[in-house]
Design a protein around this ligand. Structure first.
Ligand code: SF4
Length: 782
């Protein structure tokens, strides 16, 4: 939807909206059909005469109470036969078209009827023919159904569709007027902007207005959430954009956004917001098996959804509780409901995945042009690695072998193709075994495997109904979706990818590994009206600008911390090495420095270590020697409740000092707010380098080749980001005070000094515990 006065909708979407019916089914709905569809169209066209016109655009505008509803689309084919105009609609299928039970889909006919109506109207003709053609992909043959229709029938049909459409959208259009009136009156909800916040808000607004991206490094305390949402909302009120996607790396961030919206609502804002909760979290079933035979919330979903949306539309805040309440009232799946409801919300708060990940992207928004949407990407430093994952895909040999075994004697076609794929993977594994590292990196696509996987998809689609009661059905389905994803990523493959073959005792995998996500991200964000990447640690900004897909016209905004500089003291010890080869030599020394810092003032402290192993070694020293303070340690695989319990121990005015042991880059390394005396000091051991692994090394080689500084791109920058995030746990508000101690000889080298944020310029070097204690004493008591 664009503005309330001018609505644009495609014929396909109009038909899907009005005629949706039936169950949610987790079986194939033509996931691979976009490409196959194009192929089918080409084949059919080749069989037609010279005067056959293809891809004929049509548009029709309906005026409803001064709202212009523009409906557009393209006719697949148009020709004349016996003086009659014939409109052809072409669809691809894997279903056997020669089967006597093969029928046309009424949705396809509806689509063709709308085109036929537009054509008759435009050309002033009274009757027309429709040809509905199904092209069977695997057999390369086709079958057509013919219909002769009078204009009057088409007109009645179209009017009934529009009546239904308008009835359901009328509420929404009325809502938009209310929303925009409130947005136009909306004032910034606080007496004044914080330092740097106005600059941020202006930068965001200008970026939306001027249609470019903005990369913002905004230290804690600026008020990033309000500083980005407020100008984006104003832009909606002015008709510059129509919808905001607030994208988060972790779902804990969504609470902050919801709180900001609550403040704005209490200041008169009328806005529909939605939080999308991940499927596995919101699904109430024991097993997330979206099969109507198993899940009653999947049954008849599409028959019930419109009524449920009309019902929930009285609410403004579509949070998880509200979504669940209405979903259960209407007996529909809460997850699918939230996705459908997102179309009716003005701001969608969701994980990065829903905008960027080709696998779960909300295609309903991002298929066509979406230049009216704004992306606010929070904690954007996380997006580089997340995007690499999203744009990579792998297949595992063990899965095909398993399917081969299970389908033998049940489905010959599936058995044969899984057998061929398995053999082909064995061949690749042999190449791998000859290498010293048990892995192989190739800079070209695995063409042979790709072809086989495409065949696998076709065969699965064709056979799925026959095997739906077999024990291997769910495994087959899972592998089908994995393969679809692999194919999708294969089609994105460029020089920014490598093919990574890795052999282990248990398995062999082929991975299409995205090394540089910039191009893929750029393609997505470029089509939005604007995209704002912001974080306290977009450092070095040029690295993020480049990897997140910045263009020449895009802007950078560096903001200074709004907090007084003397609220914290940054101390660096550079006499200790935390390099892997020397670690053992320094465990006791590290423990001494930690103790020296925390014994000068009773309070709460967290030490961040480079790994669990390192943390355990230092922990043993403390556990053996000291009971004058309490220690709490991060464990592997901590659940959300454990995390909350850990943090709850950090209370102000503890009688005894509390020392938290945590791992850098882990669940306590970012996104935690221990305000005031809940945290008095942070100690960071090491420079945060990611662990050495083949995949990191591949990154290093790649950036060495293209940038000449692979170690920086693969290790130093991501590592230092963890350091900044961990240090950032200390000062959360203007009145927070405390000490940060960095321990590692590398912190005083040129490369690290260059990376340090401006507010770290006043750091002091402490060569021994005596110097440290003096500085600590001075900070707290003088
Ligand atoms: S409720 Fe769960 S199992 Fe049922 S359709 Fe929704 S996600 Fe699938």
């Amino acid at each position: 939807m664009n503005s309330v006065n001018h609505i644009k909708i495609s014929v396909r979407n109009l038909v899907s909206f009005v005629f949706k019916t039936g169950d949610i089914i987790n079986i194939i709905r033509g996931k691979n059909r976009a490409v196959e569809g194009t192929k089918a169209h080409k084949r059919v066209r080749l069989m037609r005469d010279e005067d056959y016109q293809s891809e004929v655009p049509l548009k029709h505008v309906v005026n409803y109470n001064d709202i212009l509803i523009e409906i557009s689309g393209r006719i697949d084919g148009l020709y004349k036969s016996d003086d009659k105009v014939v409109i052809e609609e072409i669809k691809s299928t894997y279903i056997d078209i020669d089967n006597e039970n093969f029928k046309y889909n009424s949705l396809h006919l509806a689509q063709a009827k709308i085109y036929a109506y537009f054509y008759c109207l435009e050309n002033n003709i009274n009757s027309i023919s429709i040809q509905l053609t199904y092209f069977q992909i695997d057999k390369e043959k086709y079958k057509s159904f013919f219909f002769d229709i009078e204009f009057k029938e088409l007109e009645d049909f179209f009017n009934s569709i529009m009546d239904y459409f308008i009835k359901h959208y009328e509420n929404y259009w009325n809502w938009i007027k209310i929303r925009d009136a409130s947005l136009n009156k909306l004032k910034f909800p606080f007496d004044s902007f914080r330092r740097g916040q106005r600059k941020l808000a202006v930068g965001v607004y200008r970026s939306i207005l001027n249609h470019h991206k903005l990369f913002v490094c905004a230290p804690t305390g600026i008020g990033k959430t309000m500083g980005t949402i407020f100008p984006a909302l104003k832009a909606i009120g002015e008709g510059i954009c129509s919808k905001i996607f607030y994208l988060t790396a972790k779902n804990t961030t969504s609470t902050v956004v919801e709180n900001s919206l609550e403040i704005l609502r209490s200041n008169g804002l009328k806005l529909k917001s939605i939080v999308i909760t991940a499927k596995d979290k919101i699904c109430p079933m024991e097993e997330t098996n979206c099969n109507p035979e198993y899940c009653e919330l999947a049954r008849g979903y599409f028959d019930k959804i419109d009524k449920a949306i009309l019902d929930i539309f009285n609410e403004d805040d579509f949070n998880r509780n509200i979504i669940e309440k209405y979903a259960y009232k209407h007996k529909i799946c809460p997850f699918e409901f939230s996705l459908d409801l997102s179309e009716w919300a003005d701001i969608v708060i969701c994980d990065y995945n829903y905008a960027f990940n080709p696998r779960v992207q909300l295609k309903r928004f991002f298929y066509d042009n979406y230049d009216k949407y704004v992306f606010l990407v929070d904690e954007a430093h996380n997006l580089v690695d997340r995007a690499r994952e999203m744009f990579s895909a792998e297949i595992n040999k063990s899965k095909f072998l398993e399917l081969k075994r299970k389908t033998k004697d049940v489905s010959n076609e599936i058995f044969e193709i899984t057998k061929t794929i398995n053999s082909s993977l064995i061949k690749l594994r042999k190449e791998c075994k000859t290498t010293e590292n048990k892995y192989l990196v190739k800079d070209n696509k695995p063409v042979e495997i790709y072809k086989l996987l495409k065949t696998f998809i076709g065969i699965v689609e064709k056979n799925l109904h026959q095997v739906k009661n077999e024990v291997f059905f769910n495994d087959l389905l899972e592998q089908y979706f994995e393969t679809i994803n692999f194919i999708r990523i294969y089609e994105l493959y460029s020089e920014k990818y490598v093919t990574y073959l890795a052999n282990s005792k248990k398995d062999f995998k082929v991975k299409l590994m995205c090394l540089d996500p910039s191009e893929n991200l750029n393609k997505i964000t470029k089509r939005a009206r604007s995209c704002i990447f912001f974080s306290a640690s977009l450092i070095p900004i040029k690295y993020f600008f480049e990897l997140l897909g910045g263009d020449n016209e895009d802007k950078i905004l560096l903001l200074e911390s709004p907090f007084p500089k003397d609220n914290f003291s940054l101390l660096i010890n550079d006499t200790i090495s935390t390099k892997y080869s020397k670690r053992e030599l320094y465990y006791h020394e590290v423990a001494k420095f930690i103790k020296s810092l925390i014994t000068k003032k009773t309070g709460n402290y967290i030490v961040f270590f480079p790994s669990y192993e390192y943390m355990d070694k230092v922990y043993e020293i403390f556990a053996d020697n000291d009971s004058s303070f309490d220690i709490v340690k991060q464990m592997k695989d901590m659940q959300e409740s454990d995390r909350i319990e850990f943090l709850s121990l950090f209370t102000p005015n503890n009688e005894r000092t509390l020392l938290g042991f945590a791992v850098m880059g882990g669940i306590f390394g970012e996104g935690i707010d221990l305000v005031g005396d809940r945290l008095n000091g942070v100690i960071i051991v090491g420079v945060g380098l990611p662990q050495l692994s083949p995949e990191r090394e591949i990154l290093r080689f790649y950036y060495n080749k293209f940038k000449g500084n692979g170690f920086h791109y693969a290790y130093i920058y991501p590592g230092f980001n963890r350091v900044i995030q961990a240090a950032g746990r200390l000062i959360r508000t203007e009145s927070d005070r405390g000490i940060i101690l960095l321990i590692d000889e590398r912190f005083t080298t040129r490369v690290y000094k260059k990376l340090m944020p401006i507010e770290w310029n006043n750091h002091c070097i402490v060569k021994n515990t005596k110097e440290l204690e003096d500085k600590v004493f001075k900070f707290w008591y003088k």
